[in-house]
Design a protein around this ligand. Structure first.
Ligand SMILES: [Zn+2]
Length: 175
């Protein structure tokens, strides 16, 4: 008897055109090893990324992929440099196109997903969505950050550069 959860691992590539024609819902997950760019962008990717995607053809006969991707990642707080949990969630609204040139024909609320042949990289697409959802910098909430009390250090102050406009103002006053 096994206690491991059912295998819900998604395939790295799918025939996206065929799936939209069939009207298929894909639910499952990707593990960190399948998402190397995301894994590199965060301190750790401790849990599998959750994916729910509907492949369909809409009223205007556009092939669309919609749904959500979400992940709990560990990032480093930029103030105290300690790890913190960050929940990432992205809403997916993609229109399938065969090439970049077809992208302008899409409904404007759809992002293009260029699918040149019958094997589209599902893991790349999910990774792109999550990388876009990842904040550029992360901070613990005020009061929960151990770095707040000793944030102002000599090093940080030394890095501060004078505002170029203020310098210009001073030069103007002198002349
Ligand atoms: Zn912090």
């Amino acid at each position: 008897m096994s206690t491991t959860p059912p295998n819900r691992a998604l395939p790295a590539t799918v025939d996206a055109r065929k799936l939209t024609g069939q009207g298929v819902r894909l639910t499952g997950c990707f593990c960190a090893s399948q998402l190397p760019r995301l894994a590199n962008a965060v301190a750790a990717l401790p849990e599998p990324v959750e994916v729910t995607l509907d492949f369909a053809t809409d009223e205007q006969n556009q092939r669309v992929v919609s749904g959500q991707v979400s992940a709990n990642v560990t990032v480093n707080c930029q103030r105290c440099m300690q790890p913190m949990e960050q929940h990432l969630q992205a809403e997916v609204a993609l229109g399938l196109v065969w090439s970049e040139e077809d992208a302008p024909h899409l409904n404007r609320d759809l992002e293009p997903w260029v699918v040149a042949d019958e094997s589209a990289s599902l893991s790349d697409m999910v990774e792109d969505e999550l990388l876009l959802a990842l904040p550029y910098v992360n901070y613990h909430p005020v009061g929960e950050c151990s770095g707040a009390s000793h944030f102002s250090t000599g090093e940080v102050e030394a890095e501060e550069k004078p505002n170029p406009f203020q310098v210009l103002e001073q030069l103007k006053k002198k002349s």
